[in-house]
Every structure is written in C-alpha cells, then in structure tokens.
Design a binder for this molecule. Structure first.
Ligand code: AHR
Length: 328
C-alpha cells in the first residue's frame, strides 16, 4: 500500500512542482520499511535556505532509511497548506515543516493530528493555540542572534551623545527570523537615546529585493551609519546598491554593515573588511530532524524545543581558516 501511495505522490508532485526532489525511481521497487517524510520547505530565497534544503535531503535519504517527499513553497504560505494536505492524503509517516511565518497553522496542523501524522517544525517557529498540534521544533534562537548584533553595536558605538542612524533591512514579515532580529534592534533603539532607525525596508530575505529597496532608499539622500540587514542575501543586494551610489562601507567605509546568516560568501566579505559583523544562523538541521524522527520511531520522549548553538564573526577577528571551515 505504502508503495502505491509513494508512487502516486511522486507523480503528482512532479507534475505540480517541476523542481520537486525525489529520490524515487518509478521502475524501482519501493521498500516498505522506509520512513516516509513529507517536507514542506519555505522556498529557495537565500544561500542559507539552499544549505538547509541540502542538509535535509542528505539526512533524510534512502540510505538513511527514508523516502523524502520534498515540496518547495516558493515563499507562499498557501503552497505550504497545499503541500501539507497533499502529504496527509498520501498518509506519510511524518510531516516536516519549515514555516514561512509564525501564524496560520492551526487548521492544517489539526488535520495532520486527526490523521495521526506527527508534525516536526524546523527553522522558524509556529504560533498555534494548542502546542500539542506539533511534536517538536528545532532551530535558531533568532532573538539571541539579534542581541549579538546589538551588543556589537553597543561596543562599537559607545554612547557619546553622537547620533547613530540605522538603516534596517527586514526579512519576510511574520517570520521568526524577522520578528526576533527586529525586536532585538527595536528594544536597543528604545534604550539608546541617540540611536534612530531611518527606515525599515522590506527585503523579503532575497538579494533582488534587498538591492531594489536599498537603491530606492539611497535616492532619498537620507544619511545613515549602520546597515542592519536581516540576512546575507539582502546584504549582497544592498552592497551592490551602495557601490552604485558610490557610498563606501565596511571596516574602512562610511557605513558599517551587520549581516545575519554568515554563509561562506558573507564570511569572505567579512575577511575582506566589507561586512563588519556576520551573525551566524545555522541551517544544518537535517541530522537534527533525523535524530528526532529516530527517537519518535523508538518511542522515546523527544524535546519540544531545541535551540542550536551559534556564534558571530567580526572583520577584525575573522581568519582565513574560519572562512575555509564554512561548508555552505
Ligand atoms: O529562517 C531563517 C532565515 O530564512 C535566514 O536568515 C534567511 O537567510 C532565510 O531565508
């Protein structure tokens, strides 16, 4: 039965989403002992996201005992609803969700629960009325990430009475990564009399949007000292806009740049002195989800929330070795 359901899902999903990833071959006999996991991914908006997808696909592989059904929601929550309902129809063993935003999950989670399918949430968090609607969450402490950035700013710009003007580049509205990184900055601004946010621009975590909104903002001629950019890809777009406008940045430039994720390309820029601070956000959740599922399968108790350890890098302390250690 599981064999037929898997084949049906593979065909449907391949038709619906040309880029869906399946380790399924139609000719091959399906192994009923495999654990079937439906993974609804946010999209492919950033380098971080690509590394996250690669980690999940590699950990939930057939060699590891899984049949992974992957759906790319292309940054649309409606697509995630469709994917989850599709997974329920196919009677998968587990649903893994990387949610685009925190709210709006109650109904589909209730449907999964009614079907007896455990839901594991990764990366961003969900806000649901009944916490028992999902099994576990694993991801980053986005508020702590924001605090690392704020602490660096406090050390770099000790209160001297001089104004500190900040350009805030925000990720997808309502995503935990946006909400918590923004909260840390907003709280710091309200603590520091001389700090101000000149604008909060919506960059949707993409390089293209980051470039566009910063380019348009620079045309207003508003001055600022710090770019607080909620992910690396938006930072890359912003750097292009700054280059075009002839505004210098980084260690020796006019604008200091703070960027979240710390993907390899950003660390290279940090080493070059172009990005002042890279706050790490770890995307390698595949093995963590694998461990959670194995515990569930073994009937062992699993932790509800698991936070990942993260660090930060400054252009004054980063080394070539640190950059080379970065796999993504
Ligand atoms: O939720 C994690 C965030 O989502 C990462 O910071 C960003 O790059 C991604 O798109």
């Amino acid at each position: 039965m599981r064999k037929i359901l898997c084949l049906l899902l593979a065909c449907t999903a391949l038709l619906l989403a040309g880029c869906a990833l399946f380790s399924v071959s139609r000719e091959k006999d399906f192994d009923d002992s495999l654990v079937v996991v439906g993974f609804s991914q946010v999209g492919s908006e950033s380098d971080w996201r690509l590394a996250n997808t690669a980690s999940m696909v590699s950990a939930l592989s057939e060699q590891n005992g899984y049949r992974l059904l992957f759906d790319n929601a292309r940054q649309k929550q409606e697509n995630q609803y469709l994917a989850i309902r599709n997974f329920i129809q196919q009677d998968v063993n587990y649903i893994v969700l990387a949610p685009i935003s925190e709210t709006g999950w109650d109904s589909v989670f209730r449907e999964a629960k009614a079907a007896g399918i455990p839901v594991i949430v990764v990366d961003r968090q969900v806000s649901v009325e009944d916490e028992s609607l999902y099994q576990s969450w694993v991801g980053s402490d986005f508020y702590r990430e924001g605090q690392m950035a704020v602490t660096w700013m406090e050390e770099e710009f000790p209160d001297s009475g001089e104004p500190l003007q900040i350009l805030h580049l925000q990720g997808t509205e309502g995503a935990t990564a946006q909400l918590m990184r923004s909260l840390a900055l907003e709280q710091a601004v309200s603590r520091h009399r001389t700090w101000s946010v000149e604008a909060a621009l919506k960059g949707e975590f993409t390089e293209a949007k980051g470039y566009e909104v910063v380019r348009d903002f620079l045309e207003t001629g508003t001055d600022f000292d710090v770019l607080y950019s909620e992910n690396d890809n938006m930072t890359f777009g912003a750097m292009r806009a700054l280059d075009e406008a002839g505004i210098t940045y980084g260690r020796d430039g006019k604008v200091k740049i703070i960027s979240f994720d710390a993907v390899r390309k950003a660390l290279e820029f940090c080493l070059d002195g172009k990005i002042n601070l890279c706050v790490e956000c770890n995307p390698l959740h595949g093995p963590r989800v694998d461990r959670l599922i194995r515990s569930c399968e073994a009937g062992e108790p699993v932790q509800k929330f698991s936070y990942v350890e993260e660090t930060s890098f400054t252009c004054d302390t980063i080394t070539r070795e640190m950059v080379d250690q970065r796999e993504y």
